[in-house]
Design a protein around this ligand. Sequence first.
Ligand code: PLP
Length: 382
Amino acid sequence: MKGIDTRLIHAGEPEPRIEGAVSMPIFQSSTFEYRGEDSYYALRYIRLSNTPNHVALHRKLAAIEGAEAALVTASGMAAVATTLMTIAAAGDRVMAQDCLYGGTHDLMRIEFPRMNIGVDFVDGGNAASWREHLTPQTRALYVETISNPLMQVADLRAAVEFARAHGLVSIIDNTFASPVNFRPAELGFDLSIHSGTKYLNGHSDIVAGAVIGRADLIAKINRTLSHLGGSLDPHACFLLHRGLKTLGVRVRYQNASALAVARFLAAHPRVATVNYPGLETDPGHVRARELFDGFGGMMSFELHGGVEAAEAFIRNLTIPISAPSLGGVESLITRPARTSHSGMPPAERERAGIGDGLIRLSVGLEATEDVIADFAQALEAC
Ligand code: PLP
């Protein structure tokens, strides 16, 4: 198999090239001429995710994670919700890591009860405790590669083995790692989910999602997607396709820059804690070193002085933009209790270890030394 950087550029591209076009053209057509298709799902129509832009993107995404198939969706949450609603039906249960992206947590806490789908939250790092939460109705085990916003690395090898042993579908949200740092299918995960809004696209200008993995499951999820309607528009497909081509160079730069920033923060007297799996002292470091090709561009940290210090620090910064979301070319900084995890009840947030003063940073592509200098001045001034 060719290297991931070659696959990012060339995998899935139409052969022969359409009119010789080097870049995949946009097929902005909702419907296509009837060619005698004998099933509803074979008709070419944007909601059925089978236009030329979808097909090329699906092939590229499957190739970069070394998986059988892929499906793009209208957002990361469309990927999460459509996948889980395909795997679990009324009366079923899902076992999930206890610290997840706030939107996923809200889906499980608010929408699942309305569909009579149960959730059992487990400590992702303590595989020995999972057995006691297993029920005859459990259908899936759901984890994040690097959890949002605490950057925990669950016992991913144990997750694959546990799911196999108990007939569960193993699902992992691989958004934070990106396929450059971790390819779940290689470890044996059945399904990998991405918010394509983040690293895959990389430019903070679209919302998109993807599910990558076993072909039989992707085909079922595609059916559900066509019923629920969360399909990706061809123009967004084009932008995601374009963004993907630079994923390798972006993520490797962000890995290196984030490690330097995390080391700077960890050594600073005004910083109380830093969560970054690349730091040797981080509880997830050994697992991350064994499983990942890089530690990613995301970290979170707390300052001495709590919320007030955090707010003052963010105000003092001149390079990172104070905004939720992540994985773009620009550094973004946010307080999850105020943004990405504000939907979570405060008591649950507290229990999960997401303090009000916690700051989450997505390191962009700016010069590393400029970002560190900006952090140094902002810390002195707060
Ligand atoms: N998964 C993770 C880890 C995320 O951080 C996010 C969004 O921040 C999502 C899923 C949802 O993605 P989207 O906003 O594209 O729906």
